[in-house]
Design a protein around this ligand. Structure first.
Ligand code: MSP
Length: 687
């Protein structure tokens, strides 16, 4: 039989900033689905990459004083960049495309020309608003209070020559695709697209720009660059070799089985993308799945809002697999979910440490304690062949939705075996339905129900009691433990797309050879060889101390925030010149601190009593308590301007000002009072 092909993609990410946990969510979900299809023995192509053109990148590069290519290279390939993050998160993509790659650029130019030659791309005039200082075009809806969203200044009506794609021509076919097929999922997104975008009337789409240059040039019309979404969407085909010589997989994998995308880009993937494919007369992808957002404090994470969560810190603190698991177990894939560290820790402790971790460690510990790490031969089979076939039959019926009905006498221990075996054998089909329906959270929930059933089985069968009289109950004890190992093995197989590394360790601990880790064996009972070596290895998922972990995480976040700040900043130099006579009017004197006190009810102010050489004490108030304790300043020789008019602060008079040096270090304001040699007498004029 020919091996089934499965082509799955993530969106290609904008490398305008470091990626955050929201991007990680999308990629981890796609990775788990891709791994699930590999587990089923399919020939999987999993593509991800980066979408590197557009004005935003051009502007950011200019602000950083580098070329756009240098800018994106650092974020994509540099330390802590996109590729590093996917490696850390154990993402198993088969291919990585960068839209600045030559083969992609070449193919996009051909695609643009083809649609142009066909008459689906035509030249017209783009009408919009223009901000002169920013040299930016905006649409009416992008304006903020009618002004430029970037600088807040007035905008003018403007026109720019541009190419347009005849999106309107495909409106009916797209509506039909959305309403009458399962192309777009979840189904709830269909109404949104049809009501908000198609029914009000699809307008032709502007697909070239002349106001910036960082894009793929329209080769037959210099000055125009291809609109970034046309460039980006076709990545799904150019990465397979469509209209380029780099790869030769287009025939093999296209059309894609699914594009996994976030909800805000569903419009591009379910309206614009199929319309362009129709224009190119190419087959359409089978599905687009629009997942929800991870929210923080009720809002979408974004670098500009400063509310992003760093996946590196979380992975470092809790481990990659725990983070992958949390993201997919906690939030229903099609809906939004609120991220919090507390929820993450709670999920780790409940599901991984308590349920799964305990099942593995209790089972392996008991096999070690009671049987020296190897179950005796014969522990795998029930004593009764008929019994076993009855169990299988019941399990199959459960699989097809028939209620289980056993008539075991109350307290008959075999009842527990049957329930556990049936639950475990029923799991693979349920899990498959969940995964095929893009519901990884349900697949995990189903798996954890079996894990919980297995933990309950430990309590029901009480192996420690059986162990008290090995001679009488040894066989039964071995059988109970074998059942636990089998249930663990089946769950381990189905969890492996989510936590590949930890499940590898789990298989080692329960002594499951490779042949017992595949999809086929996840649907069978009694496959684990008897007498295999079971080891009580490291605790796979240690319990997390909530308070300690949150404190450590906050400290790490703060350290990372500081590390990202410029090391040292000084005030910019004042441009305006001051003439010499004006400067000389300022009277700088050496002053000695006779006394210094904190001003009551003020957090900032210190009150200085100073000897300024005049014979009368001078009082100056200064808002520097944050930097100095009053006692440490008594006796110091400082510098003050003494001819400023007196000022009242907190009801007290301040006659002059003390000089200090200020700068910013790692984002923190620093201040040093100017202290001079104590040999300088009070009242000495500084000039
Ligand atoms: N470059 C486009 C995609 C082009 S695909 C042909 C893009 N890039 S992006 O970097 O802004 O976003 C990539 C993906 O990350 C999107 O699917 C987006 O929804 C997802 N996420 C970004 N922030 C997110 C959350 N806070 N939560 C979940 N996913 C989020 O769009």
């Amino acid at each position: 039989m020919e091996q089934k092909k499965f082509y799955i993609t993530t969106p290609i990410y904008y490398p305008s900033d470091k990626l955050h946990i929201g991007h990680t969510y999308c990629t981890v979900a796609t990775d788990a689905i891709a791994r699930y299809h590999r587990l089923k023995g399919e020939d999987v192509m999993f593509l991800t990459g980066t979408d590197e053109h557009g004005q935003k990148i051009e502007d950011k590069a200019a602000a950083a004083g580098v070329t756009p290519k240098e800018f994106v290279d650092k974020i994509v390939e540099g330390p802590g960049g996109v590729r590093d993050l996917w490696q850390l998160m154990n993402i198993s993509n088969d291919r990585f495309i960068r839209t600045t790659d030559d083969y992609h650029v070449e193919a996009i130019q051909k695609i643009f020309k083809k649609m142009h030659d066909k008459g689906d791309i035509y030249k017209g005039t783009y009408k919009g608003k223009y901000c002169k200082p920013c040299e930016s075009f905006w649409t009416e809806s992008q304006l903020v209070d009618g002004k430029c969203p970037d600088c807040g200044r007035e905008v003018q009506d403007a026109e720019e020559e541009a190419y347009f794609f005849r999106l309107s021509k495909y409106a009916d076919r797209i509506q039909d695709l959305l309403e009458n097929t399962d192309f777009l999922q979840p189904r709830s997104r269909v109404n949104e697209m049809v009501n908000n975008f198609i029914k009000p009337g699809l307008e032709d789409l502007c697909v070239s720009r002349t106001s910036f240059t960082w894009g793929i040039p329209v080769d037959f019309d210099p000055g125009h660059v291809v609109y970034v979404w046309v460039d980006a969407l076709f990545n799904y085909t150019t990465a397979l070799g469509f209209l380029n010589g780099k790869y030769d997989d287009y025939e093999k994998y296209w059309p894609a089985d699914v594009h996994i995308v976030g909800k805000e880009i569903v419009r591009f993937h379910s309206i614009i993308w199929p319309a362009m494919l129709m224009s190119m007369e190419m087959p359409l992808p089978k599905h687009v799945f629009g997942h929800g957002w991870l929210l923080l404090d009720g809002g979408k994470m974004s670098k500009s809002k400063g509310n992003v969560v760093d996946p590196y810190l979380l992975a470092q603190q809790f481990g990659v697999d725990a983070l992958r698991f949390f993201l997919l177990r906690t939030f229903p894939f099609g809906s939004d979910g609120s991220f919090s560290n507390e929820l993450l820790i709670q999920t780790i402790n409940t599901d991984l440490a308590n349920d799964l971790g305990n099942l593995v460690s209790r089972t392996t510990a008991m096999v070690n304690k009671y049987f020296g790490g190897r179950l005796p031969h014969g522990s795998g089979a029930t004593d009764d062949e008929q019994q076993l076939s009855y169990i299988y039959q019941q399990a199959r019926e459960v699989g097809s939705g028939v209620e289980l009905s056993f008539n075991f006498p109350e307290g008959d221990p075999v009842k527990y075996d049957v329930e556990l075996i049936c639950a475990a054998l029923d799991l693979r089909d349920k899990y498959e339905r969940d995964m095929e329906g893009f519901a990884p959270h349900t697949a995990l929930a189903d798996t954890f129900r079996v894990i919980q059933r297995a933990n309950k089985y430990i309590d029901e069968t009480a192996p420690w009691s059986l162990a008290k009289s090995m001679e009488q109950n040894g066989d039964r004890l071995a059988h109970v433990l074998y059942n636990l190992l089998e249930a663990t093995r089946i769950c381990g197989i189905l969890l492996s797309p989510f936590m590949p590394e930890s499940c590898g360790k789990l298989f080692e601990q329960i002594g499951a050879p490779r042949s017992c880790r595949d999809w086929d064996s996840a649907g069978r009972w009694g496959v684990l060889p008897e007498g295999g070596a079971v080891t009580k290895g490291e605790n796979l998922f240690p319990r997390v101390d909530v308070e300690k972990a949150i404190a450590e995480l906050e400290a790490a976040e703060e350290a990372a925030r500081k590390a990202a700040l410029p090391p040292l900043e000084i005030e910019p130099f004042t441009e305006e010149k001051v003439d010499f006579d004006t400067f000389c009017k300022s009277d700088f004197r050496a002053v000695k601190v006779k006394d210094c006190q904190a001003v009551k009810k003020s957090e900032k102010l210190l009150r200085f009593t100073l000897d300024d050489g005049s014979g009368t004490d001078r009082q100056i108030l200064s808002g520097i308590h944050k930097f100095y304790e009053p006692e440490e300043l008594i006796g110091k020789t400082l510098v003050a301007i003494v001819n400023l008019p007196p000022r009242k602060m907190m009801g007290q008079e301040s006659c002059g000002m003390l000089l200090s040096a200020v700068h910013t270090e790692k984002g923190e304001e620093k201040l040093h009072l100017i202290m001079v040699d104590d040999a300088i007498p009070a009242g000495a004029k500084l000039c």
